[in-house]
Design a protein around this ligand. Structure first.
Ligand code: AMP
Length: 285
């Protein structure tokens, strides 16, 4: 495994594989790696000849009052985990390598896909995500790239970017990897106190029971749906969550729905804070 921090060196290192027509898989991460990241790497390893992982805490996707400064950075362990997982190249650029001070002139405009969910509560976040992934696609020029369903709005935006900008990268969806009690793995879980960690799985428990109700509940009216979501929000608030959103959105446009129909696909998505830690989760059904 090679660890590389300059764009030029990474391009040089990947040149032989590209010229030989090899399949190059990209797994972008912000580090503090866990089993969720490693499952994406394992899938890339199975499909591709060369696997590139990037570890970069991207400042442009953090808002002014968010956790950029205290985001966990565990590079040494991350590199060991990458090596163990069979990664060929780890790209660990400094911020100035990707964002030289003079580069401030372009951004990607996003239409209604960011009106709701995390787009509404984290203004500018997804502009930063699309910016960095677009850059990484151009730097690495992968044939394939892996992203987790845990960040479903991000995944749908990236699929849209690739489609609408004709970017020749095949995007793969990685399923959400969970702790034994259902909590979705996240680099931010390490912020949780023991007490917070104990209630954290309730997020997944609530969206699972909403999904079960919607699947088996027969003809569900707008009032039923409204009442179900309100009850779940109430229970989460009672045990200490501050809810950003708990919504059912259409999988195609991410707009909140008042009714659900059995022949369509929806996402039940939740974001909530416990203490200072913001957790997200979702189920597609
Ligand atoms: P992050 O380092 O949090 O930016 O995540 C890097 C990639 O790992 C993104 O594509 C995430 O969606 C994905 N990811 C994060 N958590 C999980 C998880 N629990 N299961 C599967 N993929 C995940």
């Amino acid at each position: 495994m090679m660890t590389i921090n300059s764009i030029t060196s990474l391009r040089e290192a990947l040149k032989p594989a590209r010229q030989a027509g090899k399949r190059i898989g990209l797994v972008p991460t912000m580090g503090a790696l866990h089993e969720g990241h490693l499952s994406l790497i394992a899938e890339a390893r199975q499909v591709c000849d060369v696997v590139v992982t990037t570890i970069f805490v991207n400042p442009t996707q953090f808002g002014p009052n968010e956790d950029l400064d205290r985001y966990p950075r565990t590079l040494k362990q991350d590199l060991e985990a990458c090596k163990e997982a069979g990664v060929d190249f780890v790209f660990t650029p400094e911020t100035t390598e990707l964002y030289p001070p003079e580069a401030q002139f372009l951004s990607i405009r996003i239409a209604e896909l960011t009106d709701h969910l995390c787009g509404a509560t984290r203004p500018g976040h997804f502009n930063g995500v699309l910016q960095i992934v677009n850059k990484l696609f151009n730097i690495v020029q992968p044939t394939d790239a892996w992203f987790g369903q845990k960040d479903i709005q991000q995944l749908i935006l990236l699929e849209t970017m690739v489609r609408e900008f004709n970017i020749p990268v095949r995007i793969h969806r990685g399923k959400t990897i969970r702790e034994a009690d259902g909590l979705a793995m996240s680099s931010r879980n390490r912020y949780l106190s023991a007490q917070e960690r104990a209630i954290a799985p309730q997020l997944y428990a609530e969206i699972t029971s909403i999904r079960d109700y919607l699947k088996h509940g027969g003809d569900i009216t707008a009032e039923d749906l409204d009442r179900t979501l309100a009850a779940a929000r109430y229970r989460l608030t009672e045990i200490g969550f501050k809810i950003d959103y708990l919504s059912i959105v259409d999988v195609r446009n991410l707009q909140p729905q008042q009714r659900v129909y059995s022949d369509r696909t929806y996402i039940i998505a939740v974001a909530a804070k416990i203490g200072n830690t913001r957790l997200i989760d979702n189920i597609i059904f």
